[in-house]
Ligand binder design. Structure first.
Ligand code: SF4
Length: 222
């Protein structure tokens, strides 16, 4: 074996090590939630909504940059609800961008973030990742109400339009729950149609089929 290595015909195997090799790091800026959606256990297990002081977030991100990380992902249970001493998420991002030349923070935002004024302005700085996650959960307003969500399908669509206008080419992802207890066939159809419009309006990828597949939903009506 030593002879083969010495001849250069094979190279010795080195087990991958995480130490010093990662380029992405995570900084939790918010935890918990006060919303109490009907299907969610998060408020029970993570407690109420609370945010990390902006100064601490900025110094943590600066520390990551000095240790060589090229990307920082800001995380939170309900990150759109970030607020600390009058600073909301948009302002936090502005400060991070102004006070750290690198790395670029890359927050993934939830639906509540859509309503904050000025939230999208920091995306004029190309260092922010152009990815937004807005949980839809249902395209039926009556189901959303029973779920305890605080927006309508129309609100969601408006938030998506705002993002598309302010951050062209942004990736927008979502979650949809089907079969929520009590969901009727017509509510399912409403949600199905809404989701189809949503994907059709947004998809520019030739590798996806943006329109819903024709035919009935795969599960039998209850
Ligand atoms: S907003 Fe999100 S985390 Fe909070 S209760 Fe609803 S689903 Fe759970």
């Amino acid at each position: 074996m030593e002879a083969l290595v010495a001849s250069g015909r094979i190279r010795p195997f080195a087990a991958p090590s995480n130490a010093g090799s990662r380029t992405r790091s995570f900084v939790r800026v918010q935890d918990g939630c006060d919303n109490g959606c009907a299907y969610c256990i998060v408020p029970l297990v993570r407690g109420g909504d609370r945010s990390v002081h902006a100064d601490r977030v900025i110094s943590e991100v600066a520390g990551k940059a000095s240790r060589g990380y090229n990307e920082v992902v800001l995380t939170g249970t309900e990150i759109g609800g970030y607020h600390s001493n009058g600073i909301e998420l948009g302002r936090l991002l502005e400060r991070l961008l102004a006070e750290n030349r690198r790395p670029p923070p890359a927050p993934v935002l939830s639906s509540a973030a859509g309503g904050q004024s000025g939230l999208l302005e920091p995306w004029r700085d190309g260092r922010l990742c152009r990815h937004f996650h807005l949980s839809l959960q249902s395209g039926s307003d009556s189901v959303l109400e029973r779920m305890g969500r605080r927006y309508s399908a129309g609100d969601h669509q408006r938030a998506v339009s705002q993002i598309r206008e302010a951050v062209p080419g942004a990736a927008i992802t979502t979650d949809v729950i089907v079969g929520f207890p009590g969901e009727t066939e017509s509510e399912f159809a409403e949600s199905y149609d809404f989701s189809g419009e949503w994907v059709s309006a947004g998809s520019t990828s030739s590798s996806t089929r943006p329109a819903p597949v024709p035919g009935p939903p795969p599960c039998p009506a209850r």
